[in-house]
Design a protein around this ligand. Structure first.
Ligand code: 13P
Length: 249
């Protein structure tokens, strides 16, 4: 069984002061044994968050990175820069990056490779839109996004990723997937992974994201192929995020 991981994605929210509050609260909190927790914060919060999380359970992550290691790419941030700020993981292929910033499968693969080159754990996000679900294309879309990246990596690289299934229609809508809907896609992801390597399929953390809250986390996290959560809005409230982490034990 993979270690459960609850990761928060603040998106373009939060502040350095909030990161400091989270650091303090989580250092004093009692978390279930064996549950890993992380927060993906905006770039300007990284250093303060890194200091605030030291000595506590929270791992630090970023929300995107450049596909390039350095150079004339005004406004971009490299994986090495994120590591220097204390980040250990980074989201790649979040649906908001795909839909709002035009990141296609090739761009997602390039960023996964850049993250691995910088020694960061890429958290690769996958998910279908409502139109794709209604057209019966959920598995084709999600597994297509997965294969577009995994076919471009070698076996050792594949083993370093974390996956997150986030149905686009459940993100920020309050309309979470039912545990059965989520488990069905997670099961399909696991089966797809097994085609690469059975050990990889058994060990890979596959998180669910999309309107996960304290009051629906437990029923999702108890599903056999759901190994944790990627939490947006509810990761900005200490008590709510802590409650989700506690329900992963
Ligand atoms: P919400 O939890 O706000 O629906 O966001 C999910 C998400 O996109 C996390 O990456």
């Amino acid at each position: 069984m993979p270690t459960p991981l609850i990761a928060g994605n603040w998106k373009m929210n939060g502040s350095r002061a909030l990161a400091e509050e989270f650091g303090r609260a989580f250092r004093d909190a009692s978390l279930p044994e064996g549950v890993a927790v992380a927060l993906m914060v905006p770039f300007p919060c990284l250093e303060a968050a890194g200091r605030a999380f030291e000595g506590g359970p929270l791992a630090l992550g970023a929300q995107t990175l450049s596909q390039h290691p350095s150079g004339a790419f005004t406004g971009e941030v490299s994986g090495e820069m994120l590591r220097e700020c204390g980040a250990r993981m980074v989201l790649v292929g979040h649906s908001e990056r795909r839909s709002l910033f035009g990141e296609d499968d090739a761009a997602v693969l390039a960023r996964v490779q850049a993250a691995l080159d910088a020694g960061l754990t890429p958290v690769l996000c996958l998910g279908e839109t409502l139109e794709e679900r209604d057209a019966g294309r959920t598995e084709a879309v999600v597994l297509g996004q997965l294969e577009a990246v995994f076919d471009g990596l070698d076996a050792a690289q594949r083993g370093q990723l974390v996956l997150a299934y986030e149905p686009v229609w459940a993100i920020g809508t309050g309309r979470t997937a039912t545990p059965e809907q989520a488990q069905a896609v997670h099961g399909a992801i696991r089966t797809c992974l097994a085609r690469y390597d059975a050990g990889l399929a058994a060990a890979m953390q596959v998180l669910y994201g999309g309107s996960m809250k304290a009051d629906n986390a437990a029923e999702l996290l108890v599903q056999p192929d759901i190994d944790g959560g990627l939490v947006g809005g509810a990761s900005l409230k200490i008590d709510e995020f802590l409650a989700i982490c506690q329900s992963a034990g």
